[in-house]
Design a protein around this ligand. Structure first.
Ligand code: ADP
Ligand code: MG
Length: 568
């Protein structure tokens, strides 16, 4: 038509489309899961916006998703009566990738099909997966609350000269929500079957809370084939998975549900599912992902907990339900006590939410303790992905400080490798007779820590020292001053007090040397002037001639360097 506008995809989208089609071809079935997942999200978003604006329901409050197919036109259609999109939203949501970490993602692609497929999965497959099975996709949509004249059609063909472009045009659309039509590629005709589509829906989308409707099919004795009737039937269970009891849920169901709530293509690492009774009643189904999302370090990144009240979706990204240091956790919390019209503002103030959050935190830490104890390989995988984030908890969550400390893993002089595998309990178990402190050194890199001159005497005496080189370790040691009654002590601070490990002879010699070299010390001190507080003779060095030491109560050298680099 005359009003259609042509747009070019953002370069990243073009690249992603290309990759998607080539790398995920053998997983083509996921397209349906992704489109249904988006339809379900759109219904959830409508429900959330309608909390403040009930008129958005437009007298059509029964949210549903519909899947249909047309054998002669060779199309599959997925529709919903959710929030829909405005003309502007269509362009931003379907023409660009706004996610943080997009550039890093493209930087990591290798051209190896299997590796890239995994990366795409981590990044999020989403809407563009439609192009795995379709060479032309048409989206028709109207945003809730807008007049019928504000409908939009978006179309993109992946063939010929127009690949890499899409068109939009204004249409009349009475129905609220979105309808996505896939014009199948040549070799995809087996998808044009009610039986096939139903089995894909049951396999991947059974847990979706809104009903997924298809037209009933009946056997036609004359035609000798299945014919589509006018009557609807619900294909999925359309029940809240988390509301069932644990023994009725299979691992596959838990995993499928995770892929939807976690927007993840991979399986979860672990999960915990509980109903909490008592003064506050709620159910929690919480997952730990296998991989960190691309926006793990984005402070505004979404928090992955969905809040429901009595199985009615209330909101996504309910940040108050999980502390920041557990922001990688995904899942749902369903409260029996909160009001249905609870808003973000109310949540901010709610004591009930504080209780739920404390309960969820305890559960996740318990799950991690269980992994650390009973499934060491998976715990090591977890630590690699999320250890740095968990470390933030030592300063953030006073009530659980000891639990978090128990979960920490460090590199140390015991193995002298950068692998972070040593727990504080392991360290204490290996302490020398007479040792009453946990020693650590912080530095900018592992190698700097490992080669620190401050370690010389410890190596000589065979005392283990934790080697800390994450930025966040300064935060950890600032907050965590002891574990299991043993103080954590920097080997680079203050006068070295080795307690009972001290060799009296060495100490005496050092004292003697201090007298002997008094003149030299004074001269060094005078020439360094304001730059040092003191110059001392030490017995902490065995090979190096000199080292810098921070005062007992001053900030560590590495922290000072970090703050300086940050411009403070
Ligand atoms: P994600 O679901 O992880 O955000 P997708 O690629 O699946 O990423 O979808 C991109 C965006 O397109 C969604 O965030 C949403 O804003 C929009 N979108 C996709 N499908 C629909 C739909 N059925 N209704 C409304 N918006 C949709
Ligand atoms: Mg999606």
């Amino acid at each position: 038509t005359a009003t259609a506008q042509t747009h070019a995809f953002q370069a990243e989208v073009k690249q992603l489309l290309h990759l998607m089609i080539h790398s995920l071809y053998s997983n083509r079935e996921i397209f349906l899961r992704e489109l249904i997942s988006n339809a379900s999200d759109a219904c959830d978003k409508l429900r959330f916006e309608a909390l403040d604006a009930p008129e958005l329901f437009e007298n059509d409050p029964d949210l549903a998703i519909r899947v249909g197919f047309d054998k002669s036109a060779r199309t599959i259609t997925v529709s919903d009566n959710g929030i829909g999109m405005s003309a502007e939203e269509v362009v931003t949501h379907l023409g660009t990738i706004a996610k943080s970490g997009t550039r890093e993602f493209f930087g990591q692609l290798t051209g190896d099909r299997q590796k890239d497929a995994n990366l795409i999965g981590q990044f999020g497959v989403g809407f563009y997966s439609a192009f795995i099975v379709a060479d032309r996709v048409t989206v028709e949509t109207r945003r809730a609350g807008q007049p019928a004249s504000e409908g939009v059609r978006w179309e993109c063909a992946m063939t010929g000269e127009t690949a890499g472009e899409y068109t939009t045009e204004a249409i009349e659309r009475a129905a609220r929500g979105t309808s996505i039509t896939l014009h199948l590629r040549e070799d995809q005709d087996d998808l044009l079957s009610g039986w096939q589509l139903r089995s894909l829906i049951r396999k991947y989308s059974d847990h979706i809370l809104q009903p997924i409707l298809m037209k009933k099919e009946e056997w036609d004795e004359d035609k000798k084939e299945q014919v589509v009737s006018e009557e609807d039937e619900t294909v999925n269970q359309a029940s809240a998975l988390w509301a069932k009891s644990k023994n009725e849920i299979t691992d596959d169901e838990y995993k499928a549900f995770y892929k939807h709530v976690g927007h993840d293509y991979d399986e979860p690492l672990a999960w915990t599912h509980n109903r909490v009774e008592g003064r506050h009643e709620y159910t929690q189904l919480l997952y730990i992902p296998k991989h960190a999302p691309f926006d793990l370090w984005d402070r505004n990144a979404r928090h992955g907990i969905k809040l429901y009240v009595k199985r009615v979706f209330i909101m996504d990204d309910a940040e108050k339900l999980m502390p920041t240091y557990l922001r990688f956790v995904r899942g749902v919390v369903d409260s029996a006590d909160l009001p249905l019209n609870v808003s973000r503002e109310i949540l901010q103030e709610s004591k009930d939410i504080d209780t739920i959050r404390a309960g969820c935190t305890k559960r996740v830490l318990g799950l991690l303790e269980d992994l650390a104890e009973n499934d060491k390989d998976n715990y090591a995988a977890f630590w690699k992905e999320f250890g740095k984030v968990l470390k933030e908890g030592t300063g953030e969550d006073f009530a659980n400080k000891d639990k978090i400390a128990g979960l920490l893993r460090f590199a140390s002089t015991h193995a002298d490798t950068p692998d972070e595998t040593v727990s504080l309990a392991d360290y204490i178990g290996r302490m020398k007779e007479g040792q009453d402190k946990i020693y650590y050194v912080t530095a900018e890199t592992f190698n700097a820590a490992k080669n620190s001159p401050h370690l010389e005497i410890f190596r000589k005496k065979g005392i283990e020292v934790l080697l800390l080189s994450d930025r966040v370790d300064e935060w950890v040691t600032g907050n965590l001053t002891e574990f299991d009654g043993k103080p954590l002590v920097s080997v680079a601070k203050g006068g070295l007090d080795l307690g009972e490990l001290e060799d009296e002879e060495e100490k005496k010699e050092a004292e003697k040397a201090a007298d002997e070299y008094k003149e030299l010390l004074d001269r060094v001190k005078a020439s360094l002037g304001e730059r040092v507080k003191d110059v001392r003779v030490t017995h902490r060095l065995t090979d190096s001639p000199a080292c810098l030491v921070a005062d007992e109560h001053d900030m560590g050298m590495n922290l000072a360097r970090i703050l300086k680099a940050a411009g403070q």
